[in-house]
Design a protein around this ligand. Structure first.
Ligand code: ATP
Ligand code: SKM
Ligand code: MG
Length: 169
């Protein structure tokens, strides 16, 4: 089985994905890391050198490559992955999709306390600008995230909650 975690930057896809994979004995794949390895450069560099449109094409190709490569994996997608091309339908067709619905306030709080340089869409923004950016971005993205098969809504999602959700499907 392939399990895709969806949600905004900072919703915990990478953190929870690693823990869930460990619990299930699955491989953990972080789509952002996968793209960086394929490209041999950081996502920030891809954005800087070729812009977001090109990044989205690389992201779609990476998503499809991961699906071909793995049979049992937990995949932490990028924050924007479900919102471009037909990626959300593609993921729904190839596995279980879970939207980590963490409130914007909590996401902003988490991100402001981490290194913003690795998140090019947030770099060089003030706290107030980050809050505004997250709210505006989510307003657009929610229509894609909501197409996930499952939704986990909490400001403190745990790996056990995720495992339970999958057990009861
Ligand atoms: N369930 C959680 N409870 C509290 N803090 C968390 C939780 N999950 C992640 N965090 C913290 O939030 C920050 C962002 O988490 P993480 O990198 O896992 O998010 P992400 O969804 O993978 O983001 P991105 O899309 O930018 O890769 C980290 O500092 C992490 O420690
Ligand atoms: O929310 C987004 O659009 C992004 C989130 C990150 O995971 C990276 O995929 C990239 O920084 C873009
Ligand atoms: Mg991540």
């Amino acid at each position: 089985m392939l399990i895709f975690l969806l949600g905004m930057m900072g919703s915990g896809k990478s953190t929870l994905g690693k823990q869930l994979a460990q619990q299930l004995g699955y491989t953990f794949v972080d789509l952002d890391d996968y793209i960086e390895q394929r490209e041999q450069r950081t996502i920030a560099a891809i954005f800087e050198e070729q812009g977001e449109t090109h990044f989205r094409e690389l992201e779609r190709a990476a998503l499809q490559a991961v699906v071909q490569e793995y049979r049992q994996a937990v995949i932490a997608t990028g924050g924007g992955t479900p919102c471009f091309f037909d990626n959300i339908n593609y993921m729904n067709q190839h596995g279980e999709t879970i939207f980590l619905a963490v409130p914007t306030r909590e996401i902003a709080r988490r991100l402001i306390s981490t290194n913003l340089k690795i998140r090019p869409l947030l770099a060089s923004k003030s706290s107030e600008e980050i809050n505004l950016f997250l709210a505006k971005t989510l307003a657009h993205r929610i229509q894609f995230y909501e197409q996930a098969k499952y939704k986990m809504e909490s400001s403190a999602i745990s790996v056990d909650q995720l495992a339970q959700l999958l057990n009861h499907k």
